[in-house]
Design a protein. Structure first.
Length: 390
């Protein structure tokens, strides 16, 4: 049952409307009329009732006329359709109101019950779809605002990340110079530049300081590498090398560390395998894998390095009998700054950058790095690189 709020100060016209609506009302479709004579009264009714479906108003009322009436009513309720009734002498006013958002107007004396009823129904339906459209538009505006603010957040994060990389790079550059100088001075003392009759106790302390300083330098190197790797462009210098030979060199360099832990390392270097790589970068990857195999294993264990080809790839496996890595943690260890707590982590130092960096380097070589591991049994780190047989 559509509820109409009729605003009409002329009693004759009000009765006429009432009669017309009675004519078209049926048992199943019945208009309900609330009649007031002034806009101010209509506003009061609207404030008290929220079940009105449509407003039917005379264009000229004792307290307002035309667009002014429309403005007052829309201020009271923007969701309801408003229909004006007008005489021929003030039709221009009604047209103006139509342009400003009124749903329709009817000429007094010309509207039959049918016309009035149809206009009321159309006005209600049209206003409903207009309201829906407005809601959709409002939602679209909110979505657009959200996209804009996400875009801004993304830009800010990229900028923040860039400044962080710059900071890491700058800080590590600044740290490297004095740390390298310390290494040189300690090296000079150890080589006898300050005399050969140094107290053995002092010599021992200088040796320990030298080793700590080497660790410090390698941490700085890793930080520098990471800052470089996060930069948009990384410069790699590719050359065809024998990977077997490179592994041999790395093992020789790591031997003092491995032997200090009474560990053994095995590698069969009988066959050459050629790859096209940035030698320095791949050397650092291999160093990191072998160093990890040693530092995350107990004394007297065995590390084995194997090299072989499978399809068009050269595979290198570094296996240890160390603490191992839980399945859940195996995915995480390639993330930046990730160190997994294990029984050796308290005693060995690290940055959590080595494997992150290894993964990125391998990717740039169209290679892969993966791990299989069992806690307390050991780990196998496997890397693959495209084979360059020629
Ligand atoms: P770092 O050794 O400097 O902490 P890495 O990126 O090289 O950083 O390694 C990340 C983590 O992965 C280590 O902290 C360690 O928990 C785990 N991990 C790496 N290699 C091994 C290994 N061979 N055995 C057991 N855990 C390992």
């Amino acid at each position: 049952m559509p509820r109409i709020l009729l605003i009409e100060d002329n009693p004759g016209d009000a009765v006429l409307i009432e009669e017309l609506l009675k004519d078209v009302s049926t048992l199943s479709y019945n208009y309900h009329l609330t009649h007031v004579e002034r806009v101010s009264d209509a506003i009061k009714v609207l404030a008290e009732n929220n079940d009105i479906d449509v407003i039917l108003s005379d264009i000229t009322l004792p307290d307002s006329r035309g667009v002014e009436t429309l403005d007052l009513l829309t201020e009271a309720t923007s969701e309801l359709p408003i229909l004006f009734m007008t005489g021929t002498n003030d039709e221009a006013l009604a047209i103006k109101a139509l342009k400003q958002g009124a749903q329709d107007y009817l000429l007094k004396g010309q509207a039959t019950g049918e016309v009035l009823s149809r206009s009321l129904q159309y006005a209600i339906e049209r206003k409903k779809s207009q309201n829906e459209m407005e809601k959709i538009k409002a939602r679209e505006i909110i979505n657009l605002e959200r996209i804009k603010s996400l875009d801004l957040e993304k830009k800010q994060l990229i900028e923040l990340n860039r400044s962080k990389d710059e900071f890491v790079s700058l800080a590590s550059h600044q740290l490297r110079t004095p740390a390298t100088a310390v290494k040189q001075y300690l090296g000079m003392i150890m080589q006898g530049f300050a005399g050969n009759d140094i107290d053995p106790k002092i010599n021992q302390l200088v040796g320990a300081a030298y080793q700590s300083n080497e660790r410090q330098l390698s941490v700085i190197e890793e930080l520098l590498k990471t800052a470089q790797l996060d930069a948009p462009k990384i410069k790699l210098t590719f050359e065809r090398i024998d990977l077997t030979q490179l592994i041999n060199q790395v093992i020789i360099n790591q031997l003092p560390l491995i032997e200090a832990r009474s560990q053994t390392i095995t590698f069969d270097d009988a066959k050459s395998y050629f790859v096209n790589v940035d030698k320095n970068e791949i050397r650092l990857v291999l160093e990191n894998l072998i160093e990890n195999a040693s530092k995350y294993s107990a004394n007297h264990t065995i590390i084995s390095v194997d090299i072989y080809t499978k399809t068009d790839k050269v595979n290198v496996e570094v296996s240890d009998q160390g603490v191992g890595i839980k399945t859940d943690d195996q995915k995480k260890i390639f993330d930046k700054f990730t160190r997994i707590d294990n029984e050796m982590s308290d005693t060995v130092s690290g940055t959590g950058l080595g494997l992150y960096w290894a993964k990125r380097i391998l990717k740039l070589h169209k290679g892969t790095i993966t791990v299989t591991s069992e806690p307390k049994k050991g780990s196998v780190f496997k890397l693959t690189l495209p084979h360059n047989e020629k």
